[in-house]
Design a protein around this ligand. Sequence first.
Ligand SMILES: Nc1ncnc2c1ncn2[C@@H]1O[C@H](COP(=O)(O)OP(=O)(O)OP(=O)(O)O)[C@@H](O)[C@H]1O
Length: 299
Amino acid sequence: MSFLIDIREELDGQVQEQLRKFRLECAGTSYRGWYRIQAAIAKARDLTIYHDKIENFIMPNLFDENGDAIAWYHWRDPQQVQVNMIKRNLQISSKGSRKRGRVTPTRLKMLMKEILNYRIEQYLNPQTDMEKLKIMCIVGGSGCGKTLASLHLKYHKEANVICSFTTRPPRPTEVEGRDHHFIDIVPDKTELIAYAHFGGYYYYATKWQVFGPCTVYVIDEKGLENLRNDFGEVYDIHTVLIKRDKALRRKSGIDETRLRRDERRNLNDEDYDYVIVNNGKKAELFKEIERIYEEIKNK
Ligand SMILES: Nc1ncnc2c1ncn2[C@@H]1O[C@H](COP(=O)(O)OP(=O)(O)OP(=O)(O)O)[C@@H](O)[C@H]1O
């Protein structure tokens, strides 16, 4: 659940101007500048999702066509978060002689403006070099357990798992948001981290899908190579290869064509940071992937 407030009129003209200039400069230079903004936004977004600090509920996350910031904030449980937010507002705004009182919509809006200005200031003058965002890429043959492992991290470790977009219509067993996001548009390539065209359909993942302490991405080896070439400097990329015996894969219903196709793939242990041999129980796979995820996250 997300909620948009249009605060363009509320924002200080000077701040808007500064922000616009900064964005233009970033767009004009390299990924570094762009990356800095993305990292800040991603960090804020992550905090937004996992914490309930008022400063984290609002940020210059969306921009209109003139480059003006539009505030955005996101919450899980709107009611509870609203309660927390108001409580927090009271704490923040009741400094010194200020009277504690009811938080009116105007007061709330003023507070948000204050916070937003503060956050913009932080983006414009970053104190330290931001850390690179981490991406854990999971690679492996058909039916090796990549989806299983990534969904485990999503549901048991609250990992940010990239669900790619595709213009292909869903197959009967596929679920929106689990297998892919089914969509009929392709954004500008500058918005994407990965991009593929198979059988007349597009598959892609966007830059804004990378956020949080460690993003998990199931990708094929060609996609990984492209990602490394294009974004090796921008993201901190870690790789995991999952392997599973052919007989076991055949048993779980992977068809012969896919198994044969896999034989021609170039999947070598030494090209990957971690290798998981998934020939045992699912629980073993989960334990191993969790361990690797934690290790990368805490690096
Ligand atoms: N250790 C395991 N024990 C039992 N079943 C497993 C194990 N690992 C994977 N499977 C099963 O194998 C099948 C394929 O797994 P999964 O869909 O995760 O593979 P994948 O690598 O994502 O495949 P694809 O390349 O088709 O996307 C699933 O039915 C899954 O439940």
